[in-house]
Design a protein around this ligand. Structure first.
Ligand code: PML
Length: 249
């Protein structure tokens, strides 16, 4: 069956060229018959976002011609911490466990102050700690991925997890990204001021949620991929942005 990549981007004071305050983004894969529903789901996501009302939105679809790869979801574990400070500490401990040097972790955290309105991910080299994508505040947007609802619901029921669209989307992205060997680890939390749970993920550790990684009201989000990709940079970017992936349990 033929699938379409359906994507959305919403901003305030945005333009087709991409400036403005990032409000929301979304990615789906849809059959032709479901495009209407997919577009509606993305429209709804952007119109009800707590970062505010967008005044610019783009929703587009495009047929996928490449074969779609199937990837299992990462294992999942939740840590409960009492404060955002403790959550940040724990995220650093987990990143260190994934093999990232302390000074690289600290350097990556400092980039968040420099790039405070990112829409995609920052890619940080695990050897130098330098940011290695050249995408500025756009960052790298992982695209062309989804998890069919029936299969996701079976998975969620099996692990007794809530059918939670935000976690689902994040787990789809983290599972896709960490399946590529050049990804050593990911650090992420939302830019939604009302959502403070984030995660550290890697292929080996799985998806390690941390219930507090920032304070309520904070609109600073984070998505950093720690990468070891010097030799295969173009292929890696192609994988993140173009390789279609279904998560399948
Ligand atoms: C986002 O909002 O895009 C990131 C959410 C990350 C955490 C989701 C979760 O596991 O609850």
């Amino acid at each position: 069956e033929r699938y379409y990549s359906v994507r959305m981007r919403a901003a305030r004071n945005g333009t087709y060229e991409g400036d403005g305050k990032h409000i929301s983004g979304g990615e789906l894969l849809s059959t032709y018959n479901n495009i209407k529903q997919a577009v509606n789901a993305l429209l709804d996501k952007a119109l009800t976002h707590s970062r505010g009302n967008p005044d610019f939105m783009q929703i587009q679809f495009e047929a996928i011609t490449e074969p779609i790869e199937c990837i299992p979801p990462l294992t999942i574990k939740t840590h409960e911490v009492e404060s955002a400070d403790r959550g940040k500490e724990l995220s650093q401990e987990l990143l260190a466990k994934a093999g990232i040097q302390r000074k690289v972790i600290e350097k990556a955290y400092r980039y968040l102050e420099k790039y405070s309105n990112m829409r995609g991910a920052m890619l940080v080299d695990i050897h130098s700690g330098e940011r290695v994508d050249d995408r500025g505040s756009k960052g790298v947007r992982v695209s062309r991925m989804d998890w069919l609802n029936d299969n996701f619901e079976k998975w969620a029921a099996h692990y007794g997890l809530p059918n939670h669209s935000r976690m689902k989307e994040a787990l789809i992205l983290a599972s896709k990204v960490s399946a590529y060997p050049a990804t050593v680890a990911e650090l992420c939390w939302s830019d939604d001021p009302e959502y403070i749970t984030g995660y550290v993920a890697s292929k080996e550790m799985g998806y390690q949620r941390i219930n507090k990684l920032k304070e309520y009201g904070d609109e600073q989000g984070c998505r950093i991929f720690f990468v070891d990709a010097s030799r295969e940079w173009d292929r890696y970017l192609y994988y993140l942005e173009k390789q279609p992936v279904f998560i399948h349990w």
